[in-house]
Write a protein that binds this ligand. Structure first.
Ligand code: T5A
Length: 212
């Protein structure tokens, strides 16, 4: 594989993104392809500090505007200090959430607006987009079952928002995927982990530099 790519995983809470992102990074490494596994919000010391602030906010919480700016600031640091240098060094970057989470959560469900969030991304991260975005689609009852069974039982401030909020997030992800069919691949995330991973790898086969 001659060209490094940024690949993002997106979806609602408990859809299996972290599991699939880790499996992909491990598989790439096993093929001799250098890969960095990272996450948002987070991935650099500065962005991890912002993660703490947004997922465990001060008592009054953040306004929707402040929250959108904090996510954009975390991403700006992550892109400048980790993602762009890794890609420039020929390493694939596998990212657990990226700009589409800000579009779905802050832009759509919190009401900031998709265009406004895109503008923040242009300012913060020069509009960097993944080569492919894997959207894992899981019905709410299955996601809730997984969240109950996962090892880390702590919920964060955003996860605790209403069912209506999370429905808006899910609808926004579907809309984003429809708007950019070249970049998005929607995979049914309700099946077995290994079958989903096969579909993830299949989705990447046509990327420039991969088949060579
Ligand atoms: N956020 C984030 C924003 O609002 N705006 C932004 O711009 C960004 C970047 C933190 C929060 O921040 C918000 C969104 C979130 O509310 P997060 O840390 O990614 O984001 O939080 P979660 O989405 O809650 O992440 P989780 O780790 O809970 O869920 P995952 O990653 O989707 O799921 P995963 O892989 O950890 O799996 C959950 C459980 O299910 C099992 C796993 O083993 C695990 O126990 N599982 C399966 N079980 C059966 N079948 C399968 N196919 C399975 N796949 C996984």
């Amino acid at each position: 594989m001659k060209q490094a790519h940024l690949i993002s995983f997106e979806g609602g809470e408990g859809c299996g993104k972290s599991t699939q992102a880790r499996l992909l990074a491990d598989w790439l490494e096993a093929q001799g392809v250098p890969a960095v596994l990272t996450r948002e919000p987070g991935g650099t010391p500065g962005a991890e500090a912002i993660r703490q602030m947004v997922l465990d906010p001060p008592e009054t919480g953040w306004s929707a505007e402040a929250e959108a700016l904090l996510f954009a600031a975390a991403r700006a640091d992550h892109v400048a200090r980790l993602i762009r240098p890794a890609l420039a060094a020929g390493r694939w970057v596998i990212c657990d959430r990226f700009i589409d989470s800000s579009l779905a959560y802050q832009g759509a469900a919190s009401g900031i607006g998709l265009e406004q969030v895109r503008q923040l991304h242009v300012i913060g991260s020069k509009g960097l987009l993944p080569s492919k975005t894997i959207l894992l689609d899981v019905p709410p009852h299955e996601a809730a079952r997984r969240i109950k069974r996962r090892e880390n039982q702590q919920t964060d401030a955003i996860e605790e928002r209403s069912a209506a909020y999370h429905q808006q997030v899910a609808a926004a992800f579907r809309l984003l995927a429809q708007q950019e069919p070249e970049r998005f691949v929607v995979i049914d995330g309700s099946g077995p982990i290994s079958g989903i991973q096969e579909q993830v790898r299949f989705a990447l086969r046509m990327l420039p530099g991969v088949e060579g």
